[in-house]
Ligand binder design. Structure first.
Ligand code: FAD
Ligand code: NAD
Length: 477
């Protein structure tokens, strides 16, 4: 707490607002950052902007703390508690950073330009703009995978953006209110009160857990007439949920779900989505239809269109459909001056916030060195031009320059995996004591809470999240 408060006081005392920042400098290279998610934000936070004119382009002007997004779907947390405006970060930078709320639509790696568009539909919205870059940090993340299954986009809710959580919350309450409406037929109540989650990865599991809490803590009090009719079904194509977790934690999750009356249908694949039912194929290749009120689709990630276009432009070297290929220094194969981080890349790491944020911090280090190099090159040129510069001075600068040019490859350090599974229980797979320690239950839940509170980017977010948790304990959702 003391450290946090100290850091907070330090930041507020040394904070810059645009008038105190260095203005743009035509002599310095332009660094364009695409995205405001985990990768881009951790990069921006650690970046020294003195040697660059930085431009940030993202369709959302804030950072979203995705690990706590499932809690927003049922009102455990308020949406504003888990977002941080991008300008909050950039206003502390030495040199002014331009932030545009816009969607990048095309990257031309040959001309070294980015085209982006203001997506707002208000009068006066700017159109499409193309700007050149010297360096590009590509961190646009991924979009939801649908496997081309018919009806998913039209009828299901995703869980990736803040607007998705809001949509789920509204639809969930609509289902409950409509089920509680007078004279509803019994089978219609059952359908409306059936919440189906597709995908047994961490997103689907955490959502099912949150939904269960809402049922137990609140629904029973507020809607006693229909609360007992609520059913939660989790559908997973593989033989078990959470394939990335240890066997012990998979069993713990499945038994907790069984206790909590969450039906888990494994080896079951959704084949078609209709407006009020899903068609599934089970392990015996039997097809059947499952009616639902709310359908949440959490079957993982796929590349965005802009990323696929970029891959096509560099098809000689970009040969993975899964994402962009980068070298050990996160430099994009085939793209001069382009670096790619996070979910949009195809690396040996899972697409997680942990990986994206470590890559962002690493890349800020690379740019620190690029900046130092540019400064030293200028110093060296001046020394060489000066009639009275000593050879020792020149040699020392050359040595510094060589050191700045030396880069170490990116190394990922896995801090463990955590997931909330409902009823005040979490699971934690931690790499401790030269092995993996698996823990599930209330202690893991406290660990989950404290880990996320300390990872939240600002004191403001920490305070809001703690206050939301307290509010729910006292007043309910
Ligand atoms: P993102 O964080 O998705 O950021 C992409 C950014 O690019 C966004 O700002 C987006 O608006 C922007 N963008 C999109 N299109 C464009 C465009 N055309 N031009 C410019 N900008 C664009 N990981 C964990 O490690 N632990 C967890 O507990 C965890 N929980 C999660 C819970 C949920 C519900 C979800 C959905 C994910 C979770 N993850 C978790 C995964 C984690 O969120 C991602 O791995 C992480 O967000 C990847 O970071 P990124 O920067 O690559 O992409
Ligand atoms: P995921 O890719 O981890 O899981 C998706 C699941 O959906 C898979 O198990 C897959 O078998 C299943 N599936 C796919 N198609 C299906 C179909 N037609 N019918 C039934 N099941 C189907 O996706 P996710 O859970 O969204 O996670 C994405 C990434 O974000 C992962 O890397 C994950 O580790 C990370 N994440 C981490 C956390 C955490 O650590 N707490 C939370 C959320 C997400």
């Amino acid at each position: 707490v003391l450290t946090t408060t100290g850091a907070f006081l330090y930041v507020t005392q040394t904070q810059k607002s645009p008038p105190d920042q260095l203005p743009a400098d035509k002599e310095k290279p332009t660094l364009v950052v695409l995205g405001s998610g985990w990768g881009a934000t951790s990069f921006l936070k650690s970046l020294d902007t003195e040697e660059f004119n930085v431009v940030v382009i993202s369709p959302r002007n804030y950072f979203l703390f995705t690990p706590l997004l499932p809690s927003v779907t049922v009102g455990t947390l308020e949406p504003r508690s888990i977002i941080q405006p991008t300008r909050y970060i950039t206003r502390h930078k030495k040199r002014k950073v331009d932030v545009y709320e816009a969607e990048a639509q095309e990257v031309d790696p040959v001309k070294k330009t980015v085209t982006f568009q203001d997506l707002s539909d208000i009068r006066g919205a700017a159109g499409s703009v193309t700007i050149p870059y010297d360096y590009l940090v590509y961190a646009v993340g991924c979009e939801n995978q649908t496997f081309g299954i018919k009806g998913v986009t039209e009828h299901a809710c995703f869980l990736k953006e803040l607007s998705d959580a809001d949509k789920i919350r509204t639809k969930l309450m609509d289902c409950i209110e409509t089920a509680a409406f007078r004279d509803q037929p019994q089978d219609e109540i059952d359908r409306l009160m059936h919440m189906v989650v597709v995908g047994g990865g961490p997103t689907g599991v955490e959502y099912a857990g949150e939904l269960h809490d809402f049922l137990i803590d609140d629904l029973k009090k507020w809607y006693p007439e229909v609360a007992d009719r609520l059913r939660i079904t989790l559908i997973e194509a593989l033989p078990n949920v959470l394939p990335a977790f240890s066997k012990q934690l998979i069993q713990y999750t499945e038994s907790t779900f069984a206790e909590n009356k969450i039906d888990v249908l494994t080896r079951t694949m959704v084949k078609d989505v209709k407006d009020s039912s899903v068609v599934v194929q089970d392990a015996n290749k039997q097809m059947r239809e499952i009616p639902y009120g709310l359908l949440v689709w959490a079957t993982g990630n796929t590349s965005r269109q802009i990323t696929r276009d970029l891959m096509n432009k560099l098809s000689a070297v970009q040969t993975q459909r899964r994402g962009l290929l980068v070298d050990d220094y996160l430099s994009l194969l085939g793209g001069e001056g382009v670096y790619a981080i996070g979910d949009c890349t195809a690396t040996s790491y899972a697409p997680t916030a942990q990986v994206a944020s470590q890559q962002g911090i690493y890349l800020a280090g690379i740019f620190q060195k690029l900046g130092q190099k540019a400064k030293l090159e200028r110093q060296l040129a001046q020394l060489r031009a000066a009639p009275n510069a000593s050879p020792e001075e020149i040699e020392a600068t050359v040595k510094k320059l060589n050191r700045a040019a030396k880069l170490t490859p990116f190394h990922y350090s896995h801090q463990g995996s955590l997931a909330y599974i409902g009823s005040e229980k979490a699971i934690a797979d931690l790499p401790l004591f030269n092995g993996n320690v698996a823990s599930g239950g209330g202690a893991a839940m406290l660990f989950w809470r404290s880990a996320y509170i300390s990872t939240l980017y600002s004191v403001r977010n920490r305070t809001l999240v703690l206050a939301d948790w307290l509010k729910v304990k006292i007043f309910g959702r």
